[in-house]
Design a protein around this ligand. Structure first.
Ligand code: NAP
Length: 224
């Protein structure tokens, strides 16, 4: 039977590429975005499209209700924002910091709670797009401090999720996609979305760690 893959934030960038590759493999892809009417490229992929804004709990609850009976083999929490492009330790408007934390931390936590039973039913994988910039163990720069703080906090959500869902046979992981040429990564980045997503899909397929891991697109472990 075809695998069901839920991709959150799939109208552009890495989420769109995940949708393309899983659809090309014959998976049943449910792809979400904030504004389906504007998601022309995603519509061309020929997947099921659902509206979802991860910063709004009612939006998450509405989709969870709609998908209540689905078994989800792979759930990819991809939606994220970078926030202020700060250099060094600098202050920033509270609302800018809040938006980064709400999108990159609270959103994924709520998604986890909303779809845990769907992924547990399939004994599937729950995947979170984190970033090497959130690795405290390897941090060597203070740029993008809100983003770094949000991805470090996301990693704590991932680890806690793995402690809960690992017991139910769910593989839970944080992935760093590499530095990728998307709107967020910019044109100078070293990887194409195609290369990055192909690597991450391989990591997802082969990860056996049920207690949470933090990996890059080649499968190398990153220190939390
Ligand atoms: N590109 C890189 O080099 C890189 C490196 C490390 C980690 N990452 C991580 O990888 C993930 C994807 O990055 P990307 O490069 O593809 O970024 P991107 O091109 O900026 O795309 C971000 C995606 O997230 C969606 N999104 C943002 N806020 C949302 C919300 N509240 N609700 C629903 N969707 C929302 C966007 O939708 P809209 O179009 O509606 O805004 C868009 O689809 C992110 O979590 C990012 O932190 C990327």
């Amino acid at each position: 039977m075809a695998k069901t893959v839920l991709i959150v934030g799939a109208n552009r960038g890495l989420g769109l590429e995940f949708a393309k590759q899983y659809a090309a493999d014959g998976c049943n892809v449910i792809a979400t975005c904030r504004r389906p009417a504007e998601a022309a490229e995603l519509r061309r992929v020929g997947v099921t499209i659902e509206a979802l804004d991860t910063s709004t709990s009612s939006s998450i609850e509405a989709l969870a209700k709609k998908l209540a009976d689905e078994s989800i083999d792979v759930m990819i929490c991809n939606a994220g924002v970078y926030g202020p492009r700060s250099d060094g330790l600098t202050d920033m408007p509270t609302e800018d910091f809040d938006l980064v934390m709400r999108t990159n931390v609270l959103g994924p936590l709520r998604l986890t709670l909303a779809f845990a039973h769907n992924v547990a039913r399939a004994r599937g994988a729950m995947v979170f797009l984190s970033s090497r910039m959130g690795s405290i163990g390897t941090m060597s720069s203070s740029s993008g401090i809100a983003y770094r703080a949000s991805k470090a906090a996301l990693n704590a959500v991932v680890k806690a999720t793995s402690l809960e869902l690992g017991k139910k046979g769910v593989r839970v992981m944080a992935l760093h996609p590499g530095w990728v040429r998307t709107d967020m990564g910019g044109p100078q980045a070293s990887l194409t979305p195609t290369e990055s997503v192909a690597g991450m899909r391989h990591v997802i397929e082969n990860a056996s760690d049920k207690h949470g891991g933090f990996f890059d697109n080649t499968g190398a472990t990153i220190p939390w």
